[in-house]
Design a protein around this ligand. Structure first.
Ligand SMILES: [Zn+2]
Ligand SMILES: [Zn+2]
Length: 276
């Protein structure tokens, strides 16, 4: 299973010299094995996703429909290729279908082309607490704590597991992360994963001023990863105000405070990780 990171920024793209190392594009990560390609979230990083010419199907898995996770969709070339079979999987809502909610972005005046006029062979799938198979992958989606319907994903290949929760606030509540892990949002998705990519947008003081905004402090994210006994942790959804220098300082500070028994890294645009 190959993990290719295309966008790690939270909330809004932040291009510029002072964010060029970690990258300014919003959430997008590609998981692939042979000719099977899953694109996780359609943030602005999606413009950098290219597929081999022989590939005729691609699956886009959306955690939720906040703009930083869908703004790249309209610029994804597969949607304009009549030979491509494209599947978009996204969280069900109690009030509107995935099609009607995505149409609010993919329609004038926000975007010139309507979903129904896209040339590809498009199928939309409303998912909830679901398990489904795509090529060699078994995928579990679960609703997690974040404003609006939002899922996280657990992607199991033949020998490894990748968990993806880019927007997630598992510490929300009166007492932070609960001791009884079965009540922790997203815990089942991350449990024993070979690689976890998880929201770590804030410092602890920032988080204390933004409780309920749907994101995690680095400290809570590392605690979540520790409880879930993951083997490798990638911190993502970097705050748009954070330059490369500030991110490095913040990461150095947290490493002085906590040293979990597994490698932790800041996610970076262009990162490639191979899982067995
Ligand atoms: Zn986001
Ligand atoms: Zn969000």
């Amino acid at each position: 299973m190959r993990i290719s990171v295309k966008g790690v920024r939270g909330s809004i793209p932040t291009s510029g010299a002072d964010t060029s190392y970690y990258g300014g594009n919003t959430s997008c990560t590609v998981v692939s094995e042979k000719d099977c390609f899953l694109v996780l979230d359609g943030g602005s990083g999606m413009q950098k996703v290219t597929l081999p010419a022989a590939v005729k199907r691609v699956d886009i898995l959306l955690t939720h429909l906040h703009l930083d996770h869908i703004q790249g969709l309209g610029f994804f070339s597969s949607l304009f290729n009549p030979a491509m079979e494209v599947h978009i999987w996204g969280p069900a809502s109690a009030t509107q279908s995935l099609h009607s909610r995505l149409s609010r972005y993919l329609s004038p005046p926000l975007f010139p082309v309507l979903i129904r006029d896209l040339p590809c062979q498009l199928t939309l799938h409303d998912i909830a607490n679901s398990v489904f198979e795509i090529g060699p992958f078994t995928i579990s989606s679960r609703f997690v704590i974040h404003p609006g319907p939002t899922v996280g994903f657990r992607i199991s290949g033949q020998r490894s597991v990748f968990a993806y929760l880019p927007d997630h606030e598992p510490a929300l509540g009166l007492t932070g992360l609960l001791k009884d892990t079965k009540w922790i949002s997203g815990f089942d998705l991350a449990s024993d994963a070979d690689l976890l990519m998880h929201d770590a947008q804030y410092t602890t003081p920032e988080y204390n001023n933004k409780i309920g905004w749907g994101h995690s402090s680095m400290e809570d994210a590392i605690q979540f990863a520790s409880l879930a006994t993951v083997r490798h942790f990638l911190l993502t959804h970097h705050d748009p105000s954070r330059t490369d220098e500030l991110l490095n300082e913040m990461f150095a500070d947290i490493q002085k405070k906590i040293s979990p028994p597994f490698p932790i890294e800041l996610a970076r645009e262009g990162m490639e990780i191979e899982l067995p």
